[in-house]
Design a protein around this ligand. Sequence first.
Ligand code: MG
Length: 354
Amino acid sequence: MKITGVRVQSYRIPLVEPFRIALGTTSVAEIIGVEVTTDEGLLGYGEAAPAKRITGDNVEGVKYAIGLLGEAIKGMDPMDMEQIYWSMEKVMAHCSEAKTALDIALHDLMGKILNQPLYKLLGGYRTEFFTDISLGIDEPQIMAKKAKNAVDEGFHAIKIKIGTGFVEDINRVKAIREAVGKNVTLRLDANQAYKPKEALKIIDKLADYDIELMEQPVPWWDFDGLAYVTMHSPIPIMADESIFNAKDALRIVEQHAADLINIKLMKCGGIKEAMKITTVAEAAGVECMLGCMTGETNIAITAAASLGAAVKNFTRADLDSTFTLTSLPMKGGVSFQGGRILLSQEPGLGLLPE
Ligand code: MG
């Protein structure tokens, strides 16, 4: 089978409500959908959800990059992923989101060619697992009410966005813990908001509220600061914006800069690179979470969920972006019952056009 072309389409989906994190607020998801076509009529679906504050990618740049990368892989066999991966690396450095869109579509195709759901093709470790749900930065009482509602809907883990200051952050976490009781997992994400010593000061106080982990307390470039916080924090520290690819993962584990790693397909360039990251992490005894960017639709979320189900070292999931969207571009794929992620048994991603 040969790849004959790549179709690209960008579109916008309004969020149910604006989503605020320490880096900024998002109101509309900007999505780039791709369809990889083949000479035997099979189609592979993928997408990018440019997160310019994190990856530096935007819609126009990603579309341009997909055009160049698509030309480079035309004529190749979609099963030859290693060859395709290195061909894309030769065309363009970085630009992870464009590579991810194609990588997802090619994995969808591989599943269809082999007539296997993607989670089985990638390893088939589990058939279901659980996602948390993220709460954007807001007034403590509003966040507490949303947290309680989420628990009532069947979520067992809440991810709390923080990073606007010591007192405000403590008030948020306190209000949420009081609202949900002691049996719900609370994880925090400061999205780079603090300097290392500020982070430790706030973590020391937050530890009173039984916190499972904190993501990215310090700026992405401050590996020494991240290592300092990790060394001294009573709460496990997870690297997110500091780690894009397997080389970053190696640096994180060599420096003992984090206890845990958050892998997102949009940061790393796709499923193939994500497998490399989790392999490096697993060898160092570091567990991984599968995360997502705000705005990812059921295309990227199905790909991420398939990977999460395939590999033992993914012990946590934060795959909640579809809950925030007012519509989805495709039918099928992954589905949810509260926080429970249910994998499709259809070949590839199991997605169909609306
Ligand atoms: Mg994060």
